[in-house]
Design a protein around this ligand. Sequence first.
Ligand SMILES: [Zn+2]
Length: 215
Amino acid sequence: MHALILFAMMGLFSTTNEPPEKVWTKLEYASDVPAAIDAKRPRLVYLDPGHGGDKNHGCRGWDGRYESEANLLLALDIRRHLEAAGVEVLMTRESDVDVPLYDRPREAHRIKARAFVSVHHNAPAAGKDPLATRYRAVYSWNGLGKELADAIARELDPCQSLHANFAVTRSPEIPSVLIEADFLTHPDGCRDSFDPAVRDAIAAKIAAAIAAYLK
Ligand SMILES: [Zn+2]
């Protein structure tokens, strides 16, 4: 009975594997630095569509389209919803160009963003069946980031808030998260990611979580 209820609640993501990491590890030394805030721009979000350009496509989707395109489309939708909620948004890229990985968090720090949100789409680890791997996750590294990751994961339910030491999640001063919105390598995940209506609904939830977090 419980299994049936759980299965029904999983809904959209009922065919998924579990993500590899389940436990968020608290790192004491990285959790207690106050966020750097520009008093003149208290609601500035730095959005980062992952990858981009000719040589950094990210993963290849089920239909042959690349992650870099899906990331940009979702980030642009998130920006529209955030701006409608009165949140100021800057982006690492607004077209199909590459931005060096470490320039992305560096710029977030320079502009004193209130939040740094990297947008990605996923592919399974080597050896995992792409047809059986689909889940949604938000990654953070320290206490600052986890609060924002938890807020986004709650809004995107089912979605896990996980720990990851990524270049774009490590800032000790800027609440920083990386969203893996879906699996492009799964046929349903790829279809949903490139469906404007489905994507817009996901973007609205992410933006709502970010806007609420900034209040
Ligand atoms: Zn990626």
